[in-house]
Design a protein around this ligand. Structure first.
Ligand code: MV4
Length: 447
């Protein structure tokens, strides 16, 4: 096992990782920006090092500063959390070059899944269903038109270096394709330093279903069921749950099996997520793979009563996977409480937490880094807390969520709590009738 882990992150996930490390008897090092001096990850880690000014580029994305912090503290591993450097193949490589274990998959696996065309080809070869479209990248308009004619409009034009909804365009016909092909290439070059595009048929009325996978250094690859994340806005997830109302045990077995095969195909080590679109006929299509522990990992933990982050650290240290495949034991739901004003287009609402009461009770879990008097800085993402419930049925998890949301008092800033209260009482949500475009069609205030 490691002696000391540096956590290259902040907020609730830094606390989550510190807890797991402490339980394993591993020392912890926090890094923090000048804006995070009074953060709990600084207080709860055994050591803390300031790595730069508030902007992420100069602190949580500052590779030389983080590597130096790991070196001077004699850390033998770095946990990147999610976001920031978590899916940066160069960071993973630099860690390894300094004899520091990067707690995550190999740089090769990160890089293959980072190129969305390579990822798709890799998954297709491994037996994972993919969306019909181009074989790899399309570099000229003439080929793009040929592919689109044979696939059939509407299509999606996607940047190979995009992902998470960035760098993609829906195209309805040939003249539109002629108009935007080169523009999309230029934008991809400007945003991602890579102009390459690929084409897919547009899949409509679909749900976002992702499979949690886990691999180790000994060739074991398993799946830990699905999460449904269809309640999203501008590609930001707001509510996640497991199991999904749309996934039967038969479908779960199939999606899980091909996902574990996909993980094996890249010798994947640690927890990862394979994201799919599931259409109304029960067809599922690979979208992308996330090579990190995800924000919504706690619902899988509560559904199966496991600890994904502890297992991640143990597996990174070379231990064999101890988790096993099992159908969901409990239904679990997560509501993301953000410092945003849902009444004003979800405008960020940084500032001081003047008053705070955190809900509790049986079946309630709150992962948060805030406390009364804490100042939410404007520089980072707006996630304040993850409110997670679990029960013996979906309805029980919803009922617990309603009670917990009513008990959750956060004063001084605006939060997404009113949105979640509305959704927990919304017949469309309660009946599972939500697809990824739901929040684009409705105004939540009117629900
Ligand atoms: C699609 C699609 C429809 N057809 N690809 C958005 C995020 C990225 N992971 C893939 N995305 C999509 N790709 C085809 N061929 C619709 C989306 C999409 C979406 C996917 C998952 C969750 C929310 C979404 C919201 C809008 C679009």
């Amino acid at each position: 096992m490691f002696r000391k882990i540096l956590i290259a992150n902040r907020g609730e996930i830094a606390l989550r990782i510190i807890r797991a490390a402490k339980e394993l008897g591993v020392k912890t090092v926090a890094v923090y920006s000048e804006a995070d001096k009074y953060s709990l990850h600084v207080r709860f880690a055994d050591e803390a090092i300031c790595i730069g000014p508030p902007p992420s580029k100069q602190s949580y994305l500052n590779i030389p500063a983080i590597i130096t912090a790991a070196t001077v503290t004699n850390s033998d591993a770095i946990h990147p959390g999610y976001g920031f450097l978590a899916e940066n193949q160069f960071f993973a490589e630099i860690c390894n070059d300094h004899n520091i274990t990067f707690i995550g998959p190999s740089p090769e696996a990160i890089s293959r899944m980072g190129d969305k065309a390579v990822a798709k080809e890799t998954m297709k070869k491994a037996g994972v269903p993919v969306v019909p479209g181009s074989d790899g990248v399309v570099t000229d308009l003439k080929t793009a038109i040929e592919v689109a004619e044979s696939t059939g409009y509407p299509i999606m034009l996607k940047a190979v270096a995009g992902g998470g909804g960035k760098g993609m365009r829906m195209i309805s016909n040939r003249s539109e394709l002629e108009k935007v092909f080169e523009v999309t290439r230029s934008e991809a070059l400007a945003f991602f330093n890579n102009a390459d595009l690929y084409i897919e048929k547009l899949i409509t009325n679909s749900k976002h279903i992702e499979i949690q996978i886990f691999g180790d250094h000994h060739g074991n690859h398993i799946h830990l069921n699905e999460r449904e994340c269809s309640v999203q806005r501008r590609h930001q997830k707001l509510i996640e749950e497991t199991p999904s109302v749309a996934v039967s045990q038969e479908l779960r077995d199939i999606m899980g099996k091909v996902s574990a095969q996909g993980a094996k195909a890249v010798n994947y080590v640690g927890p990862g997520t394979i994201e799919y679109l599931l259409d109304t006929e029960g067809n599922f299509y690979f979208m992308e793979m996330n090579t990190r522990v995800q924000v919504e990992h706690p619902i899988t933990e509560e559904s199966l009563k496991i600890d994904i982050v502890k297992e991640q650290i143990k597996v990174a240290a070379g231990e064999r996977l101890t988790l096993t495949e099992h159908p969901p034991k409990y239904h679990s739901i997560e509501c993301r409480i953000n410092a945003e004003d849902p009444y004003n287009d979800y405008r960020p609402s940084p500032g001081k937490v003047e008053g705070l009461h955190v809900p509790g009770g049986q079946g309630i879990r709150v992962d948060t880094h805030i406390y009364q008097g804490y100042f939410i800085p404007p520089y980072y993402d707006s996630l304040l807390a993850k409110l997670i419930t679990y029960g013996n049925s979906r309805q029980e998890a919803i009922d617990k969520m309603k009670v917990a949301l009513d008990e959750f008092i956060i004063e001084g800033i605006k939060t997404t709590i009113p949105f979640h209260q509305k959704m927990m009482n919304n017949p469309d949500f309660v009946n599972g009738k939500i697809d990824t475009k739901y929040l684009e069609r409705v105004n939540w205030i009117d629900l």
